[in-house]
Design a binder for this molecule. Structure first.
Ligand code: PLP
Length: 376
């Protein structure tokens, strides 16, 4: 195995490693779980694993993990009630790619379609829409982060001659607001709109809400057409990854066969990471649905604790029901920097992922308290 030759290069890597260790101790503002151990998989890094093209088609590139990828997809298809025999999907490079895929599919099916999405939608979606040159309208959000249904209804009514493509958030980035797909469908039916497309962005909450009894959650059982989940968020992964799933009957309409790689060019990128399916597979096998359910319950309990703890030191904080995202009054820059908190205007958020335990919440609350005392 090749090693860096010069002492300078080694020192550089050692310093970077030390910095990563330190930063991961106070990594509280982004929805990426740092609590994982995939050391069993390290030996696979010796190969140029590449799941080029469609995971369900044979391919002339044989260093791949497609069988493992299909098992991962099957697990997500079961979890998210994809109709048996009528779903398709692949392991992506992350939530953004899965959303791009869903929008691409929607555009191919409805070339004249208009995309509706809320103000609280992830920033990457506007870029995706520009890339795809899809006409779109941003709808107001409620304070919870959920879409404003009145604004959506009125906008749909005005454009009722154009097929709607609804980009629904099943957990927004800043507040984990959930767009009620059932209400949106009622609205579409009420306006007598016969043909529409619903894509759900469940980057984080696709792995939390299915494990919380009574939580609002929408998947294929509720008539959605495609979805995207990030793998490096709740599950946790050293490299970004995710899962895109869609109805097969729609995907089949746009598949193209490519002779050079001997497979179908159904995915957004041609060459695809063959290592990330192993990561997702490992997590699923180690934890199973029961393991994820108990991990989610622990995070919800800790998120509740975080709100109480921050409020106890006089720092305003709240969360949506069933949410592991705690929204708080924007702290000063040194706290934002230390705890790597994402901000939006006067608020910031802490995401109570599996690695954020009560000890870390206490430490952050103490920092906030010191800040409050200094200000008085
Ligand atoms: C709601 C939502 N959608 C999409 C994304 C983008 O996902 P990724 O970072 O996996 O590309 C994020 C990332 O935070 C998100 O919160």
């Amino acid at each position: 195995m090749a090693r860096t030759k010069s002492v300078g290069s080694r020192d550089r890597l050692d310093r970077l490693y030390k910095d990563c260790c330190e930063q991961s101790d106070t990594f509280a503002g982004y929805p990426c779980n740092t609590d994982f151990d995939y050391s069993e998989l390290f030996r696979f890094l010796d190969f140029p694993l590449n799941n080029v093209g469609d995971p369900f088609n044979p391919c002339s590139y044989h260093l791949h993990t497609r069988e493992i990828e299909r098992e991962v997809l099957q697990w997500f298809a079961d979890l998210l009630h994809a109709p048996e025999g009528d779903w398709w999907g692949y392991v992506t490079n992350g939530g953004t790619e899965g959303n791009l895929y869903g929008l691409y599919l929607a555009r191919e099916l409805h070339p004249r379609g208009m995309v509706y999405f809320s103000q609280d939608t992830h920033y990457s979606v506007s870029k995706n829409l520009r890339l795809l040159r899809m006409p779109h309208i941003m709808i107001k959000s409620q304070l919870s982060g959920e879409i404003d249904y009145e604004d959506l209804r009125e906008t749909l009514r005005i454009h009722r001659d154009v097929p709607p493509i609804v980009f629904a958030n099943i957990g927004t980035t800043m507040k984990e607001g959930v767009d009620r797909v059932d209400l949106i469908q009622e609205m579409l039916d009420g306006l007598a709109i016969p043909s529409y497309y619903i894509h759900c962005d469940m980057a984080l909450c696709g792995m939390t809400l299915p494990f919380i009894d009574g939580a609002p959650f929408f998947d294929f059982a509720d008539g959605i057409h495609s979805l995207s989940i990030s793998g490096h968020k709740f599950i946790g992964s050293p490299v970004p990854c995710g899962v895109a799933l869609a109805l097969k009957r729609n995907v089949d309409l746009i598949a193209r066969s490519i002779e050079y790689v001997g497979t179908l060019d159904t995915t957004i990128s041609g060459s695809r990471n063959g290592f990330s399916p192993l990561i997702l597979w490992h997590a699923i096998k180690m934890k199973g649905k029961r393991g994820f359910r108990s991990e989610v319950a622990r995070c919800i309990g800790n998120a509740r604790y975080a709100v109480e703890r921050f409020e106890s030191v006089g720092w305003k904080a709240w969360r949506n029901p069933h949410s592991i995202t705690v929204v708080l009054e924007r702290p000063p820059a040194r706290i934002l920097d230390k705890w790597q908190l994402a901000v939006q205007e006067s608020t910031a958020h802490v995401i109570v992922m599996p690695h954020i335990d009560r000890e870390k919440i206490d430490a952050l609350a103490e920092d906030l308290e010191r800040c409050r005392n200094e200000a008085n």
